[in-house]
Design a protein around this ligand. Structure first.
Ligand SMILES: C[S@@+](CC[C@H](N)C(=O)[O-])C[C@H]1O[C@@H](n2cnc3c(N)ncnc32)[C@H](O)[C@@H]1O
Length: 247
């Protein structure tokens, strides 16, 4: 259900929009303005933008538009994701937080009852993450660490329901598997962003994606969804799955 609402954007202009909950995913919204439909999340840090996104004030709440060209999770949703393991209240280990573009929306989705353990090893990005995003969002625990050294953050991270991996490394699937063995709950789920050019520029993206999926299967994980992210991200895919039940 959606009804026409008046929204005030941060620059003070008054717009006529339709706001609706996403039909499948808790914590995700849609804002329709004339012919334009956007994804959005309800802001946990009113008055703050993270990457210059549009902000709408509707009925006393603030909603941040979620740009699929800047966030691969938004791209996957628009490309037909069937199940989003990241829900209100989820505990998420996020590898490759960068300066927090997607992390900030995940923070909105999981809300005050959820938590994101956000791992990043580049100093500059980590500083931006802490100063521009974590300061206003108590549900993010920023961790300055290399995701290859899984046990280095063992004292900070409990078992989690979701592991999100977007580190654009050649051996990223192996790194994610190591992290899943340490941190993912038995019935937890993963989301893996595959950037085929970071893995092997000489191979067809479809072959790289297939090989990464086969690696996960061999290591005891299902691959339930494989979503290509074009036109939002060239030669990228999102894989989603979980630990296989013991045969
Ligand atoms: C593609 S960017 C992530 C974008 C981010 N997920 C988003 O959507 O806003 C990849 C990030 O992973 C980080 N990274 C790469 N290898 C890493 C590692 N081994 N440990 C921690 N961070 C890593 C990079 O520094 C970079 O910031």
């Amino acid at each position: 259900m959606s009804t026409v609402k008046s929204a005030v954007s941060l620059d003070g202009s008054i717009l006529s929009v339709r706001l609706s909950k996403h039909p499948k995913f808790g914590g995700v919204f849609r804002i329709d303005q004339a012919e334009n439909r956007q994804l959005a999340t309800m802001s946990l840090a009113p008055g703050k933008t993270v990457y210059g996104e549009m902000i709408y004030r509707i009925d006393g709440e603030e909603y941040r538009s979620w740009d699929p060209y800047r966030s691969k999770l938004a791209a996957a949703i628009l490309k037909g994701l069937e199940e989003n393991p990241i829900r209100p209240g989820s505990r998420v280990l996020y590898l490759g937080a960068a300066s927090g573009t997607t992390v900030s929306h995940v923070s909105d989705i999981v809300g005050p009852k959820g938590v994101i353990y956000a791992v990043e090893f580049a100093q500059r990005s980590f500083r931006d993450l802490v100063e521009n995003v974590c300061k206003d969002r108590p549900n993010i625990v920023p961790i300055f660490a290399d995701a290859r050294f899984t046990l280095k953050y063992r004292s900070l991270v409990p078992s989690v329901e979701v592991l999100y991996c977007d580190i654009a490394q050649q051996d990223q699937t192996r790194i994610m598997v190591e992290n899943m063995r340490t941190y993912l709950k038995k019935d937890g789920q993963y989301l893996l962003v595959v950037k085929s050019r970071s893995i092997d520029v000489s191979k067809e993206p479809a072959d790289v994606i297939k090989a990464e999926a086969a690696f996960l299967e061999r290591n005891g994980y299902t691959v339930e969804e494989k979503i290509r992210l074009e036109p939002f991200e060239k030669d990228h895919a999102m894989l989603i799955g979980r630990k296989k039940e013991q045969e």
